[in-house]
Design a protein around this ligand. Structure first.
Ligand code: ZN
Length: 400
């Protein structure tokens, strides 16, 4: 198969803070063949495609999505009343929006087994335009608990173990557990734990036995504590909610950092809804909580906790083609550099997933590549100016 060589003013491999000025990336058989400085290409530079004032970087990894959730203002209503076929169509369309916006891998954190595993297969087969899919399928939740409408409802250690085994049998790449209630689901309590420490440990241990890791949705601090004690791989949201608001706890944050647990803050979720309410002059009851949450996340970051980025796409007014917002907010609110922000949605994401196949630009990695106009190292906003999206060597978008 032919070798494709791309040239650009900036090439970022996403392994550190450094980038290559006037660099190249070579692709062969769906993999990256080489990366380096243009001057080292020699005569091979003559057949290369020059993108000019552009940045080449790894395709983005959105670490938290829900393929069938509508992302509309009545997201819960849609989740409860959509037909199965409508859900499937939403999933296919959302996957298309993601890949067109430069996201070459999604980690889906809760979608009905039969839908998400079918989308994963269709994507792998090239049947639909979609990112690579890494999926939990059904979540583990308590009876009537958060997202029970795509969950296995379990209430005891034995039931939890059985559900882990059922998910692995169905094809889960990892196990997602709702460690606390959530805002989307009525009659749940986001501030309290849905599973105790023994149950969380049983879920993590049995998942590990089967070669899977656990991602835990945690708003309330009691849920965070149980997830940390059980040593889950990733904590989603990590909101430090308590009965009367938000209360950040440094010792808990220290333990998260010490145990190497990744936090996916889902910065972008709710942000477009907030902007819309502000524009319409609607009173936003969550405004104060949001500021406290941003403050907690900044402290977590300063503690040295490893972040990965995911936007909870599918939830109320949260789009699959708006993942870049999470990286922008990371720069704006926690003071991350562009390089650091990009790593949370590329190399660090792949590391959290546990894969050596993607997430950075290096020989032998999957050729999942994004090229954008301008210098994304100076301005993370450049990630929206898409020139090329390449998935496993196949061109999905070409605006160059
Ligand atoms: Zn979620």
């Amino acid at each position: 198969m032919a070798v494709t060589t791309l040239l650009a003013k900036t090439v970022f491999d996403a392994t550190g803070d450094e980038f290559i000025r006037d660099g190249f990336v070579q692709i062969e058989n769906g993999k990256i063949k080489a990366i380096g400085r243009r001057e080292d290409l020699g005569s091979a530079a003559s057949g290369a495609r020059d993108l000019g004032d552009a940045t080449i970087l790894p395709g983005l990894v959105n670490m938290h999505t829900h393929l069938t959730l509508s992302g509309s203002r009545q997201c819960l209503h849609d989740a409860l009343y959509d037909t199965y076929e409508q859900k499937m169509m939403r999933a296919v369309e959302h996957a298309r929006q993601a890949i067109m916006s430069g996201v070459t891998t999604i980690r889906d954190c809760g979608t009905l087994d039969s839908i998400v595993f079918s989308v994963r297969q269709a994507s792998a087969d090239g049947l639909i335009a979609a990112p690579h899919v890494w999926a939990s399928g059904n979540v583990l939740t308590s009876t009537g608990g958060h997202c029970y409408f795509f969950g296995n409802e379990v209430d005891t250690v034995e039931e939890a173990r059985r559900a882990v085994r059922e998910q692995v049998k169905a094809g889960a790449d990892f196990v997602k557990v709702m460690a606390t209630g959530g805002g989307l689901t009525p009659n749940t309590n986001p501030r309290e734990a849905q599973f105790d420490e023994a149950q969380m440990k049983a879920i993590v241990e049995d998942s590990a036995r089967l070669g899977r890791y656990v991602a835990a949705h945690c708003h309330g601090t009691p849920g965070i504590r149980n997830a940390v004690a059980a040593q889950v791989r990733t904590i989603e949201h990590c909101s430090f909610m308590v009965p009367d608001g938000v209360h950040y706890e440094q010792p808990v944050a220290d333990e998260v950092a010490e145990k190497g647990i990744y936090v996916c803050p889902t910065f972008g979720v709710g942000e477009r809804a907030r902007q819309w309410m502000e524009q319409e002059g609607i009173d936003n009851p969550f405004a104060a909580t949001r500021n406290q949450r941003v403050d907690s996340l900044r402290k977590l970051w300063d503690t040295g906790v490893k972040f990965v980025s995911g936007n909870d796409a599918g939830v109320t007014m949260t789009r699959f083609d708006d993942f870049q917002l999470d990286l922008e907010l990371l720069v704006e609110h926690v003071g991350a550099s562009s390089a650091q922000a990009i790593r949370t949605g590329t190399s660090q994401a792949a590391e959290a997933i546990g894969s050596d196949d993607f997430g950075s630009l290096a020989p032998g990695k999957r050729a999942d590549i994004l090229a954008v106009r301008g210098n994304a190292m100076d301005d993370v906003g450049a990630l929206r100016n898409i020139l090329l999206v390449i998935k496993s060597g196949r061109t999905m978008v070409d605006n160059a």
